[in-house]
Design a protein around this ligand. Structure first.
Ligand SMILES: [Zn+2]
Length: 326
């Protein structure tokens, strides 16, 4: 689910979400571990000078944590160029990472954002961010620390996500697989809405992977070899645009990789590949009962009749790419 301005107002009026944990320290204790500037901004609600940090123009993949308690707050995927002079994000990494407070200082009505774990002042959130959230988290760079991460995320769809998710979970270098929706127009879609075929969304998976262990190219060729990419809007008995074969790219390099992999696989097939290649916009995680469906419901009819045979072929085909412990 992505947060919108109405959610922010709800938090202010009805209380902030419960954090995963709390860190409480006295002013004296914070002073000992923070620099003077970090203390002034995070514990005394200071504001750094605009354009004073290189973090504004930093867009390489990674995560941003609270400088005080090191809780991860933002992902570089939600960072955008706002030209305001402060690092800007459209979403926190988790709904409960940030707390929201009414701030009427300086004769303005603003919404202050703090770290929900340790109450560090971070900045403010405004309702003039880019779609689909429309939010702009305007954050002091001094409040954040960048965590370098090798992890990348790839999003693609090839029919029912129960199947595709089950396969990709088993690959070496894959850290996490989540089922969800992408490629359509409805914000925060439900499974029922996507099933109607009217949202434009496809059932997809978001694969978090380590490129030095498995490449984007590998992921795409495995994807194209484990579903039928030559049929429009259909996989097995599932029919509808939500089951279309689709690959999302996040930059030009991924776009050319997708074109190249499709050409390579095309050489092996008689029928024409109809997989759509689309610019990535947003991934909406599906409802909890869809996550890890195969492992949670191994006795289910769909799992035994549809996923099991696919998985067997898959494990045979990609023997040398599987995790050891599965
Ligand atoms: Zn914190």
């Amino acid at each position: 689910m992505i947060l919108k301005w109405l959610d922010v107002l709800k938090f202010i009026n009805q209380g902030n979400p419960e954090p995963d944990q709390r860190v409480n320290k006295s002013e004296q204790e914070w002073k000992q571990i923070l620099t003077e500037e970090q203390f002034y901004i995070t514990r005394k609600k200071g504001t750094e000078r605009a354009h004073s940090s290189e973090m504004c123009n930093l867009f390489e993949p990674g995560k941003y944590a609270c400088v005080c308690c090191h809780t991860v707050l933002f992902d570089s995927e939600e960072k955008f160029q706002s030209s305001t002079g402060w690092p800007s994000f459209t979403q926190p990494i988790k709904v409960n990472a940030i707390a929201y407070h009414k701030d009427v200082s300086f004769g303005m009505y603003r919404v202050e954002v703090t770290c929900n774990t340790c109450d560090a002042h971070l900045g403010h959130v405004f309702q003039d961010g880019p779609p689909p959230s429309g939010l702009r988290y305007c954050i002091n760079a001094v409040s954040l620390e960048k965590i370098k991460s090798e992890e990348r995320k790839a999003v693609f769809g090839g029919g029912c996500f129960w199947c595709t998710e089950a396969l990709f979970h088993q690959l070496k270098g894959v850290v996490k697989v989540e089922s969800g929706y992408s490629g359509g127009t409805t914000v925060n879609p439900t499974y029922r809405e996507v099933s109607s075929g009217k949202t434009g969304h496809a059932e997809v998976i978001e694969v978090t992977y380590i490129p030095s262990e498995i490449s984007y190219e590998d992921l795409l060729s495995i994807h194209l070899s484990t579903h039928n990419p030559t049929i429009f809007n259909k996989q097995g008995a599932d029919r509808g645009t939500q089951y279309r074969s689709i690959i999302f790219y996040k930059n030009e390099e991924e776009n050319s990789t997708a074109i190249k992999v499709i050409e390579e696989i095309q050489n092996l097939l008689d029928e024409k590949i109809v997989t759509e290649i689309a610019a990535y916009k947003q991934f909406y995680k599906a409802e909890e009962y869809h996550q890890n469906y195969y492992n949670k419901n191994p006795e289910g009819g769909y799992c035994q009749n549809v996923i099991d045979p696919k998985l067997k072929n898959f494990r045979e085909l990609y023997k040398n790419k599987l995790k050891q412990n599965i």
